[in-house]
Write a protein that binds this ligand. Structure first.
Ligand code: 3PG
Length: 398
């Protein structure tokens, strides 16, 4: 793939797909991690004298103009981060977009309005992709978080541009995730959590042959626990996945590490962030009427020891309901263990989505090797799937 450092962009107009799908509330960006992650690419282009045209989606407006999903607040925040003005175009194609592009001087930055205000974006419509391409001379993709989508701005546009390059963020993500999978330093431990097995089964299957230990926590651990014949009360269970869980446990004896104890409660009120009466119980002592909401202290100890002693760690999915303080300890302990592994010289990678939110909430995001900016994209990459946005950039440069 052509890398951003290999293109000469002085005086050229460069259209850059970024993933600025960030939470916006009351007209302000609530979390600017994805903006900060795109700064190296934007700065590099602007400093080398390019006219930088940024494009992104925000939310899922389904082809409608939804003011709450406007990228205008994102332009304002980006301008603060860059320390220079960022122009904003109220449309991503047509005369308004073209006018805003024409007004750019070398080194200027412009953000186009939400691509998904046009259904043509997610339809990967060829005419729409051609209109985007017509705004610029060169194309750079740095939207790792959207690389698993074959949309007009990630895939279609590459058919209309002579030069397509990969930005710093995509390169960094592929370097970390790719080398963890292809040449992991050992021991290699993966931690998979979250509510359901169904969303993670492909990643579990893909990682099992590669890892030395696979730790399973979160709601999905209860389906595995039930597969061993235990009572799980009202805990989450995917009945249809029981045979699969049983099969995986038999196939991978010794490799899969399940929780040996749990925090249980009789009531979970997610909206008000409260739990009923809570207690720690062993894996064989969950009774009817109770549900597991976190892993217990014995599991924390066993998981933490395995993680801290690993030289490669990949983490995707929380250990419990970390949004509620009383059931966040297991997830935060895993975050702490990743920090210890990093301090011990290990490479530690946090997949995006919930686990990225959890490590940020724990204040430890800067203390691990890499926190991915892609939720679905990092999961699909770990599953071994090809990412259309990356594939469209072509073969690796010789
Ligand atoms: C994400 O937040 O995972 C990406 O921006 C992709 O968003 P999407 O799932 O709406 O395509």
């Amino acid at each position: 793939k052509l890398f951003i450092e290999e293109i000469d962009c002085k005086g050229k107009t460069v259209i850059v797909r970024v993933d600025f799908n960030v939470p916006v509330k009351g007209g302000a960006v609530e979390n600017d991690k994805r903006l900060r992650a795109a700064l190296p690419t934007i700065t590099r282009l602007a400093d080398s004298g390019a006219k930088v045209v940024l494009m992104s989606h925000l939310g899922r407006p389904k082809g409608q103009r939804v003011e709450a999903m406007s990228l205008a607040p994102v332009a304002a925040r980006l301008s603060e981060l860059l320390g220079k003005p960022v122009a904003f175009a109220e449309e991503c194609i047509g005369p308004k977009a073209q006018g805003a592009v024409n007004a750019l001087a070398n080194g200027d930055v412009l953000l186009l309005e939400n691509l998904r205000f046009h259904k043509a974006e997610t339809d990967n419509d060829d005419a729409f992709a051609a209109e985007l391409a017509a705004l610029a001379d060169l194309y750079v993709n740095d939207a790792f978080g959207t690389a698993h989508r074959a949309h007009a701005s990630t895939e279609g546009i590459t058919r209309h541009m002579g030069t397509c390059a990969c930005g710093y963020l995509i390169k960094k993500e592929l370097d970390f995730l790719g080398s963890a999978l292809s040449e992991p330093k050992r021991p290699f431990t993966a931690i998979i959590g979250g509510a359901k097995i169904s969303g993670k089964i492909d990643v579990i299957k893909a990682l099992l042959p590669k890892v030395d230990t696979l730790i399973i926590g979160g709601g999905m651990a209860c389906t595995f626990l039930k597969a061993t014949g235990r009572e799980i009360g009202n805990s989450l269970c995917e009945e249809e996945k029981l045979p699969l869980a049983k099969e995986l446990l038999e196939l991978c004896k010794g490799k899969i590490l399940l929780p040996s104890d749990y925090l249980v409660t009789d009531r979970l009120d997610f909206d008000n962030r409260t739990l009923g009466d809570c207690a720690f119980v062993g894996e064989d002592a969950i009774v009817a009427g109770q549900m597991a909401v976190d892993i217990g202290p014995k599991s924390v100890k066993a998981f933490s020891e395995a993680i801290a002693a690993s030289k490669t760690v990949v983490w995707n999915g929380p250990m419990g309901v970390f949004e509620i303080e009383a059931s966040a300890k297991g997830t935060f302990a895993v975050a702490e263990a990743l920090v210890t592994a990093t301090e011990n010289g290990g490479t530690t990678i946090v997949g995006g989505g919930d686990s990225a939110a959890a490590i940020e909430k724990a204040g430890l995001a800067d203390k691990v090797s890499h926190v991915s900016t892609g939720g679905g994209a990092s999961l699909e990459f770990l599953e071994g799937k090809k990412l259309p946005g990356v594939e469209a950039l072509g073969a690796p440069a010789a």
